[in-house]
Design a binder for this molecule. Structure first.
Ligand code: UFG
Length: 333
């Protein structure tokens, strides 16, 4: 099988690319390197380009006899999406439409898509099941929901098979510490806390300690990036096996089912790094739901997927190894 990974030079994409290669797939990465890193993918597989260029994309799919697409390319910062929704609708929705246009033209009928817990907004019940109503509370979540809806409609009308994988909080780095998380600017909790441990920041600000949670800080479900990679592989295989009358659409949560508060994450980072990591109390960050924890049982049932990393310390340990050994991430931009 020949797989085209859109946005494969990014954080979750690069870990998935590595796994697909280990499993023997022919892998091509299509990335504009705005958020991705050249050094995150093996030499020779990277094609630089824009999603808007659907004619070129369909040409690439035909030439390389692509059978499946895995689509990671998106802007994914909630706060920024509130300030610059146009950027998000353009880059996420319009660009994904262009990708689907290219797929139909090249007769590629399988796509695994990065969706998000942000499509649920503030859930009625936690842990969150897929029957939860999707009511996003920010433009980022809306863009992902629109793409999910496009996939449903394309499945119905054009027979496109798809998996929408709703990630909870991606975390950690490859076990050998060679690839990891490098967002610029960084906004995610674990990298920020570990940058304090490295002396790159003075302290971490805790965004709100008056939430209705046991210690007052937000609870999230941190899922290891290599476990997310495994889920993409499982989803791709499930869709491919479905060629004919099997599974045409998959919409599942990817999390561990365990929640950790911001304070617990900071504590884990202190334990693992051996640094004091000063923290200061700050105001709530707009758009943060108090608690997001997955019920991952449908992913287990439909994909046979279960996370290998269920212990927060183990997840943080892999992240720490990456940040400690690569204090500048992938280096100069
Ligand atoms: N946090 C802090 N201080 C920081 C950074 C984060 O207290 O400096 C807190 C946040 O308020 C939140 C938790 O740490 O409670 C986790 O924040 P992240 O920014 O690491 O992750 P989010 O939960 O905001 O974001 C994730 C995904 C998004 C997705 C979102 C859905 O990264 O793509 O979940 O809510 F949209």
């Amino acid at each position: 099988m020949s797989v085209l990974v859109i946005g494969g030079a990014g954080y979750i994409g690069s870990h998935t690319v590595r796994l697909l290669m280990q499993e023997g797939y022919d892998v091509w990465v299509y990335d504009n390197l705005i958020a991705g890193h050249r050094a995150a993918v093996p030499e020779g597989c990277l094609i630089e380009g824009e999603l808007a260029d659907h004619l070129r994309l369909s040409q690439i799919m035909k030439e390389r006899e692509v059978t499946s697409v895995v689509h990671f390319a998106a802007f994914a910062s909630v706060g920024e999406s509130v300030e610059h929704p146009a950027k998000y609708y353009q880059n996420n929705v319009v660009a994904s439409h262009s990708l689907l246009t290219a797929m139909l033209a090249a007769e590629v009928r399988e796509i695994v898509f990065s969706s998000t817990t942000a499509t649920y907004g503030i859930p009625q019940a936690v842990p969150i099941r897929e029957v939860e109503t999707q009511r996003p509370i920010n433009p980022y979540g809306f863009t992902k929901l629109v793409i999910e809806q496009m996939l449903r409609d394309y499945q119905h009308a054009y027979g496109l098979r798809y998996a929408a994988l709703r990630y909870f909080n991606a975390a950690g780095a490859s076990a050998d510490g060679s690839i990891g998380e490098d967002h610029r600017p960084e906004s995610h909790l674990i990298p920020i806390v570990l940058q304090v441990a490295l002396g790159q920041r003075e302290s971490v600000t805790i965004f709100g300690d008056d939430y209705p949670t046991p210690d007052g800080t937000c609870i999230r479900d941190y899922v290891h990036v290599d476990d997310l990679a495994t889920a993409h592989l499982a989803a791709m295989r499930t869709l491919h096996a479905a060629d004919g009358d099997g599974m045409q659409r998959v919409e599942v949560n990817l999390g561990t089912g365990k929640g950790h508060s911001v304070n617990e994450v900071v504590e884990a980072c202190r334990r693992i790094s051996g640094h004091a990591i000063p923290s200061v109390k700050g105001a709530r960050r707009a758009g943060d739901p108090p608690e997001l924890v997955a019920d991952p049982s449908l992913a287990k049932q439909q994909l046979g997927w279960e996370p290998r990393y269920v212990d927060l310390d183990e997840i943080v340990e892999t992240a720490w190894r990456w940040h400690r050994d690569h204090p500048q991430g992938y280096g100069q931009a």
